[in-house]
Design a protein around this ligand. Sequence first.
Ligand code: FAD
Ligand code: FES
Length: 265
Amino acid sequence: MIQTVATVLHNTQLASCYGRIGLACKGAFALAKPGQFVMLGFPETIHPLIRRPFSIHRLLTANGSLRGIELLYKTVGTATRRLSRLAVGEPVSLLGPLGSAFVLPAGAGRIYLAAGGVGIAPLLFFAEHLAGNQLRAIECRLFLGGRSREDLLCAEDFDKLGIAVVPTTDDGSCGDQCRVTTPLEDAIRLAPPDLVLACGPREMLACVLGIVRQHGIACQVSIETMMACGMGACLGCAVKGHRDETRFLHACMDGPVFDADEIEL
Ligand SMILES: Cc1cc2nc3c(=O)[nH]c(=O)nc-3n(C[C@H](O)[C@H](O)[C@H](O)COP(=O)(O)OP(=O)(O)OC[C@H]3O[C@@H](n4cnc5c(N)ncnc54)[C@H](O)[C@@H]3O)c2cc1C
Ligand code: FES
């Protein structure tokens, strides 16, 4: 893990409140794994004071070596509004890579990915990692949910990787009008996967945990909690342990990727 100042390589607005930002960085970031995150701050001003956590969305490479990382962000408040306005060449402070990563079990033949909204961010990194490591033989399907069509991000990137995308929206503007967990559960019944990886809003992840536990499917979830330090110091990111409510885990150090049988949401 390193702390560094990274300059903006690109900052592209996607639909409505989403954007993708490329940040020039090297060193330890070359070893980042899908599921890990960074704490991002603004070095030139003290507002906002506290760094914010973002999943690593992609590694940016040129001629086989790392050029930087890319983040996918949703503008929701002070820090993400500033992020959305950054121009090429402007600096941000980065601490990372932090936290746990998705683990691919040996011999996995079928994997289902489930994403809600900006929760797609670490799953594209995972999918590109599979493709980059000649793991195309693994059958992979993405269940992609959002409130509306504009909240379904990165579908074309998964298409390019040959991963089938099953879209759902709350308002029916794209795919079936239902929760993303509905086609996920149908698929689990018809063709059980070796592993489910999920990232999205807490309620969605709680539903995924219920489904995989009922069907006895291995699952890893990447959770989003409030984080102030990202390094185990503030204890602000505590989550309850599964079957033992007196046990707390910390999303920044023990997670953000947890096995389904580790936590309760
Ligand atoms: C491990 C991890 C990875 C993340 N990855 C991404 C990512 O890839 N892309 C992305 O856009 N966001 C991601 N987030 C969430 C991101 O950190 C928050 O959206 C960001 O901190 C908001 O900062 P802000 O100053 O813009 O909003 P604030 O002004 O701090 O808050 C605005 C609103 O958003 C809510 N909010 C703030 N942080 C969170 C949070 N962590 N979870 C739920 N609600 C929150 C607040 O309650 C408030 O209602 C991640 C969070 C974690 C813990
Ligand atoms: S964010 Fe401070 S302990 Fe996890």
